[in-house]
Structures are given as C-alpha cells and as structure tokens.
Design a protein around this ligand. Structure first.
Ligand SMILES: Cc1cc2nc3c(=O)[nH]c(=O)nc-3n(C[C@H](O)[C@H](O)[C@H](O)COP(=O)(O)O)c2cc1C
Length: 281
C-alpha cells in the first residue's frame, strides 16, 4: 500500500516505479483528502508495504501529507502464511521524498508523525529530482534536468532492491546544511503564510483549456464564465497549475514571467495509467 502526493509528477513517477516493481497498490493522498473524512482506515497484512512518497516543501513534508498521516488508522493482520502468532505484527514502513536539492529534517518529521499513530518507520529515502520551486530560484537547466532524471532512475533500482528485501534502518536522506534551522524555523512560516493562492494570476494568453482546473489536487481552481481560471483559497503550493499550463499563461507574483516551467516528462502517461488502474479496481 503506497500513498503518494505530487504536484508536477516527480513523486508520481517514483510512486509508479515503486508500485510496479513491488506489485503494490497506489493511493493518491490528495484524492483521499478531498473526501474530507475524519479517519482513513486501511487494513494490510504484516508482509505488505506501507509507503509514503511525496515532494519536499520548505524542508519538510507537505502539510497535506502530515494531515493525512494524522488521520490514518492502520489495522495489521497476519499474512495468510504467517504461522508465528507471537511476533508483533508490523508492515514494512518507508518513505521516499523527492527534492530539488535537500530535504532538511523531513525524516525526523515523518518518523514523529508516524510514531504518533503507533507506526515505526523502517527506512527512508530521498531522491534529488528536477526542481519545480521558482520563488527565489528557477527551474533547473535542461542538462541538469536530464542528469537528475537519469540518476533518479538508477537510484530507484537500489531503493526497489532495499524495499523488496525489507531492509531496515536505511537512511538514504539528504538533510543538507542547517536542517534544524530550516525545518523547525522556516517551514512553520511557509505553512503559515505561503499556503494561499493570492499571487496566482492569469494573462490574456489563457486559452481556457481547463487543464489547471482538472489537475489541481485540491480542486481549488474553477473556470469562470469568461473561460479563465479563478482560484479559491485552499492551496498546497504544489505549483502544478503554474508549471502545467500549456501556454504559460499562469503567473505567480510579478517575477514569474521570466521563470522556466517544469513537469515530469511522463506525467500525462503516468496519470492515464493511474486512472485506468483505479477504474479497474
Ligand atoms: C512550495 C515548494 C517548496 C519546495 N521546497 C523545497 C525544499 O525545501 N528543498 C528542496 O530541495 N526542494 C524543494 N522544492 C522542490 C520540490 O521538492 C521538487 O522539485 C519535487 O521533486 C517536486 O515533486 P513533484 O513533481 O512530485 O511535485 C519545493 C517545491 C515547491 C513547489
């Protein structure tokens, strides 16, 4: 059982690669959270996986991911071929973060969030992938994007091997410099002041294609009577609308016009594949 959140497809790509190699099911955290349940109840057996895959936002997991974990109730049952009824039942629990550069103390934050639900994190992994954060930065150059995607593919092979063997205590993390300062001091500011839509605008280039409305994980975008997107308040800052507008008509603040756009090259195919699997469930 693998739960994922994504804005521009990096984490979706990783989630699909892991689910396919491990023969496991994927669940979208955004889709589940849109149901607004107070508890998300899942049952799995002790041979199964419990995985979380998500991007890093301001040196921590996205708020929506932590809120989801907080609402999780996992019931573990013995696998059919488990005759040792004495051992404490526990699935193999891992997370994989995707980040442009560094994840700060994401490992500590996730470990604590899971511990509150009685879940012990077994191993953690972080993969550098193309950066989609454009405030104060820009997207990576074409060469860096290609290199990061190639390196990620190789790294995923190792991660899949480790997960397949249920290897514990692996900490393939990228905390970077001053992780405590960034995660404990800057991240709360980000969650308090940045999770809104007030800086999103659309210019005359908008064709009213509705892609932004369709892909917004929180369903915060509606196309108005003039065929232009209008944002409601809720936002995770995934920047999917900004990066995936086919005519670059969506802007974020004054400086974004000069910024590049990025989404994972296979995002459309991956999304289609996910929809097909879900329709067949
Ligand atoms: C709001 C926001 C904050 C981000 N903060 C960080 C960060 O603290 N460290 C980092 O290395 N990358 C950061 N990034 C980059 C993303 O983590 C990275 O590009 C990720 O792979 C995007 O995943 P996705 O395509 O699944 O949405 C940030 C991106 C966004 C949109």
């Amino acid at each position: 059982m693998i739960f994922y959140f994504t804005g521009t497809g990096n984490s979706l790509y990783v989630a699909c690669e892991i689910a396919e190699a491990q023969g496991d099911k994927l669940y979208s955290i955004a889709a589940l959270m849109n149901n607004n349940e107070s508890i998300y109840h899942f049952e799995l057996d002790d041979k199964e996986l419990l995985g979380f895959i998500f991007p890093v936002y301001a040196w921590a997991p996205p708020k929506i991911v932590l809120e989801f974990i907080n609402k999780l109730e996992i019931i573990v049952k013995p696998a059919a071929d488990n005759d040792n009824k004495d051992i404490k039942l526990k699935p193999y629990i891992f997370y994989i973060s995707t980040c442009g550069d560094e994840e700060g103390n994401t490992e500590i934050v996730i470990r604590r969030a899971l511990a509150k639900k009685g879940l012990l994190l077994d191993s953690s992994f972080s993969i550098r992938m193309p950066n989609n954060y454009i405030l104060g930065f820009d997207v990576d150059t074409k060469e860096i994007v290609e290199k990061k995607l190639k390196d990620a593919e190789l790294m995923l092979k190792d991660i899949n091997k480790a997960i397949g063997k249920r290897q514990k205590n692996i900490k393939m993390n990228i905390p970077g410099r001053l992780p405590t300062l960034k995660t404990s001091l800057i991240n709360p500011f980000f969650n308090r002041f940045a999770l809104n839509t007030k800086y999103f605008t659309v210019n005359d280039g908008c064709t009213g294609c509705q892609i932004c409305e369709e892909i917004c994980p929180l369903h915060s975008i509606k196309i108005n009577d003039s065929g232009k997107p209008v944002w409601s308040k809720d936002c995770t800052q995934c920047l999917g609308c900004f990066h995936r507008c086919p005519v670059n008509a969506i802007q974020y603040g004054k400086k974004s016009e000069k910024k590049g756009r990025y989404h994972h090259p296979d995002i459309d195919t991956l999304e289609r594949r996910i929809k097909e699997v879900q329709n067949n469930r």
